[in-house]
Design a protein around this ligand. Structure first.
Ligand code: ADP
Length: 154
């Protein structure tokens, strides 16, 4: 049986922190689906098409990483995709508290779906998409926080 993990998130934008979690998790799974959740009523800072384009470009050379979008419950999407794992990253105790709630609720709804957490690499533990957006919104240079493959963007 294929081990398929869904890494759900907004990726608005994807950062080196996300990239590092995905690449470190790759040996653990056969396929990782990086899935941008489309939150109804919540428009992203970067357009969805742009976020997809970046993800595709970053992982273009890795056939075991797929990039998709989804709406609705993450567990329903995992079921449709045939995924048996959710992948998430943990930076801080705040992440843990947040993820704990979601993980327990997801498990209650779909007991055979396990959430796997990877600790953030220390150098990325203060890095978040929201801080990158804030810097970008104010005209700062965010390139050092974004994957190498995004050098010319945004
Ligand atoms: P959400 O919109 O659900 O907060 P994000 O795109 O911000 O989604 O993050 C998706 C996942 O990536 C979460 O599990 C989050 O903890 C993890 N993550 C975000 N930034 C980092 C980082 N710098 N290092 C490790 N994991 C991270």
């Amino acid at each position: 049986m294929n081990k398929i993990a869904v890494f759900p998130g907004s990726f608005d934008p994807i950062t080196r922190g996300h990239e590092s979690v995905i690449l470190r998790a790759l040996p653990l799974f056969d396929i990782i689906v990086v899935a941008i959740g489309e939150n109804s009523g919540k428009r992203g800072y970067f357009p969805l098409e742009k976020r997809m384009e970046w993800l595709r470009k970053i992982f273009a050379k890795e056939p075991r990483i797929r990039v998709e979008t989804y709406s609705g419950l993450t567990i329903d999407y995992c079921r449709q995709t045939g995924a048996n794992y959710i992948l998430r990253g943990l930076r801080t105790a705040a992440d843990f508290d947040f993820e704990r709630g979601i993980g327990i609720m997801n498990r209650a709804m779909m007991p055979d779906l396990e959430t796997i957490f990877l600790l953030s690499a220390p150098e990325y533990s203060a890095l978040s998409s929201s801080i990158v957006r804030e810097i970008h919104r104010n005209g700062g240079d965010v390139r050092q926080f974004l994957p190498e493959a995004m050098k010319e963007l945004p």
